[in-house]
Design a protein around this ligand. Structure first.
Ligand code: 48F
Length: 262
């Protein structure tokens, strides 16, 4: 077929109706989820993939228009990220090309990695929504019961427009260095907890602490990735990402165990 002979059937009203109807159906479906993951960085996307693979209804909320968090720019703008054994296996599973740098170290393209992490999470069944900011949590007697959300554009414009909500059995703070969900919970509810923030760089200690710090920090609220270290005063590690992927996977395993128990 000659592409120049094709007649495209575009119409403004059809476009508008199609988008509105699909959005409405999608929102009606996700306003009650099993797990809401706040933040679409490497830990959040990995956590989403493993949870969705088990059949849980998973929604990832990202305030920026692009998923991927702090991965895109590699190290100081050089477009590779490092990953150390045994975490390289988690990238191999989703078809990321790794360059062997010897001594148990690999690098991967810093654009390829977030793209493949997001595709893998979506293919497993997770829904990723961008441009949505989590500004608060829903609380009940039993603990956290969902998130309070708004359009990031509305927040950025400083408009006084009330938020909406998504109910969920579990919420994951995967917001990176800010640990913004944990901080909001502690500050708003005047909890006695200390959220020390991250320490300076010490890659080995930071990476290993990440796994110990990946846990349920308040009933139904889990932390993974850099948010886990920021919540517990762990060291930062720079552009080595093995701990992020393993923390996301561990977080998914802890949640699966909890949800299957209940
Ligand atoms: O920072 P980020 O990539 O988190 P991560 O998975 O990975 C950390 C590494 O990228 C890197 C590192 C490796 O050595 O230290 O920094 O722990 O992704 C966090 C995402 O959460 C979003 C934010 O825009 C980013 O994309 N985010 C933060 N707060 C909110 C949020 C919020 N309140 N609502 C929605 N998204």
């Amino acid at each position: 077929m000659n592409l120049k002979d094709i007649k495209l059937n575009a119409d403004e009203t059809k476009t508008t109706k199609a988008i509105l109807k699909a959005s409405f159906d999608m929102w009606m479906d996700i306003i009650e989820a099993d797990v809401v993951i706040v933040g679409s960085g490497p830990s959040g996307l990995t956590c989403a993939r493993y949870l969705a693979k088990e059949g849980f209804k998973v929604v990832v909320l990202e305030r920026h228009l692009a998923f991927g968090g702090g991965t895109w720019g590699g190290g100081m703008g050089f477009p590779y990220i490092a990953v150390e054994e045994p975490a390289d296996e988690l990238l191999r599973e989703i078809g990321v090309n790794l360059i062997d740098m010897g001594d148990g170290y690999y690098v991967a393209d810093s654009v390829e990695v977030p793209a493949k992490l997001a595709v893998a999470a979506m293919n497993a069944g997770a829904k990723i929504l961008t441009g949505i900011v989590v500004e608060d949590l829903i609380l009940r007697e039993e603990g956290v019961a969902g998130v309070v959300i708004n359009s990031y554009a509305i927040e950025r414009a400083g408009l006084h427009i009330d938020p909406l909500t998504i109910r969920s059995k579990v919420v994951v703070d995967a917001t990176g260095h800010e640990a913004s969900v944990v901080n909001t919970l502690v500050k708003k509810n005047k909890l006695e907890a200390d959220v020390p923030g991250e320490k300076s760089m010490w890659a080995e200690k930071g990476e290993n602490a990440l796994l110990r710090n990946t846990r349920e920090v308040y009933p139904n609220l889990f932390v993974c990735g850099m948010a886990a270290n920021a919540s517990h005063g762990g060291y930062r590690m720079g552009a080595v990402f093995g701990g992020m992927y393993l923390s996301g996977k561990l977080c998914a395993e802890l949640i699966i165990e909890k949800l299957k128990r209940e």
